[in-house]
Design a protein around this ligand. Structure first.
Ligand code: CA
Length: 457
């Protein structure tokens, strides 16, 4: 009895001591997820661009690891965001196209309420959560970011925005909002600068507790609009390419200011920073370039789904490193929730992998045996090791060895039929448990009419 009591006292004393001496080491890391919109794979300095100047993104990349085979789950905006915010592939819940807000079915046009977001999970873990910028996961009140885990929201809920103009109404000129309140015109300035200001402010205001900032720039998504100051910074270019480059310079400046603030506050080693583009560059639409990759936004060729992808956490993730292992934006959720102390063992359906052991040098090899894609237009793709099997919209299969043929030029289905068969079987098995596509266009269907819909964990 006495021994048991003594043991208990020792344990309590040890716990008490640990609580006193180790708070800094045990502070969960802040998380900053920066997303650019429709930026080309070739259009960052850390991928070798000499035209598009991104010194601050390059410094971020140098502070962490560039994943040169980093993939989004879908080649357009909304399903891609649905994937990395929920940690689940959109095909799992039928979210495999951009929602059409103009239909009579607009009440269903958003991230289904069955899905929890990264912000929901981090907020439940004690984080202060904020979204600055583009939402594009539903316009209805029950889809609003404040209902999806974000304590704070500054930005717009549509799929894009003008860079100078906002006024009453919907679409690309809709007023900016802070939570649900319209932002006064007195705050009007170049949109990318405004979003950067808000991101810096969020970090400054919330520095005392763990925070999650989702900084979703709409740059360099169309419309192509840049201020004269930024155009002057890219005098070596002309025409639409110059405007596009200037929009990226503005975003890069903002990322520089945000990182400077993190440094001033002494939070570098307490902050995970992730950077991606939400899908491949659309080429002619905004003058983006995806070389050496084939294809563009909306396609399942590499140019649609392989994007600039950086993971930075000084002291935990290798700095100045590059990894060509295939990774996914589905990996973001476990990568940030694990050090946040969230137990993921009872969260079925998560297909991502915690990348920290791989990027910190504790584990080697491919984090994934397979990565999958499914497009509403009927095309699909699967990657395993160096191999990729992808179909076009007519169902014709193409097999590539990306280690020797990154540009997807030489179809090997005839010479490597057994590889193609293995990948096809894997994709069919994966797809067998997927949901049918949400019928955005079907009238009269009431899928998620209210907050009363069950919200699974
Ligand atoms: Ca996009």
């Amino acid at each position: 009895m006495h021994l048991r009591l003594l043991t208990r006292c020792v344990v309590l004393a040890a716990c008490s001591l640990a609580a006193r001496v180790a708070p800094a080491a045990e502070r969960p890391p802040n998380v900053i997820l920066i997303v650019s919109d429709d930026q080309g794979y070739a259009d960052v300095g850390f991928h070798g661009s000499k035209e598009i100047l991104t010194p601050h993104l390059d410094a971020l990349a140098a502070s962490g690891t560039v994943c040169t085979a980093g993939y989004v789950t879908f080649p357009v905006c909304s399903p891609s965001r649905a994937g990395f915010l929920s940690g689940r592939h959109g095909a799992r819940f039928g979210y495999d196209t951009n929602p059409d807000q103009r239909t009579s079915n607009a009440h269903a046009a958003g991230l289904p309420l069955s899905e929890r977001t990264m912000a929901d999970a981090l907020r439940a873990a004690g984080y202060r959560t904020g979204l600055v910028g583009k939402w594009h996961l539903g316009l209805e009140p029950y889809f609003h970011p404040n209902e999806r885990g974000f304590d704070e929201f500054f930005g717009f809920t549509a799929g894009g925005h003008q860079y100078w103009e906002w006024k009453p109404g919907q679409g690309y000129t809709a007023p900016l909002v802070r939570n649900r309140d319209v932002v006064p015109d007195t705050e009007k300035r170049y949109l990318t600068d405004l979003l950067s200001d808000e991101a810096v402010s969020f970090v400054e205001r919330n520095r005392e507790k763990p925070f999650f900032l989702y900084l979703a720039f709409n740059a360099p998504h169309s419309p192509l609009q840049a201020s004269p100051e930024y155009l002057k910074r890219v005098p070596h270019l002309s025409g639409r390419r110059q405007i596009y480059a200037a929009m990226i310079v503005a975003m890069d400046d903002g990322i520089g200011r945000l990182r400077q603030k993190i440094t001033e506050l002494g939070l570098e080693r307490d902050t995970i920073v992730l950077f991606i583009t939400d899908n491949g560059g659309p080429n002619q639409d905004n003058a983006s370039i995806n070389t050496p990759l084939r294809g563009r936004k909306s396609q399942l060729w590499e140019g649609g789904i392989r994007v600039p992808y950086v993971v930075s956490w000084p002291g935990k993730v290798a700095a100045g490193a590059r990894s060509d292992r295939p990774v996914s934006t589905l990996d973001f959720l476990p990568t940030v929730l694990t050090p946040a102390g969230v137990d993921l063992r009872n969260k079925p359906g998560l297909e991502g992998v915690n990348l920290l052991p791989y990027l910190g040098g504790e584990r080697t090899g491919d984090p994934h045996e397979y990565l999958y894609w499914r497009h509403r237009n009927g095309s699909w793709a699967v990657r395993s090791g160096d191999w990729k099997l992808v179909t076009d919209v007519d169902g014709k299969e193409h097999l590539f060895n990306l280690a020797s043929d990154l540009g997807e030029t030489t179809d090997l289905t005839k010479t490597q039929p057994e590889v193609a068969a293995r990948l096809r079987r894997a994709w069919e098995t994966w797809n067998a448990s997927n949901a049918t596509s949400i019928p955005w266009l079907a009238p009269g269907k009431s899928l998620w009419p209210s907050r009363e819909q069950p919200n699974s964990p």
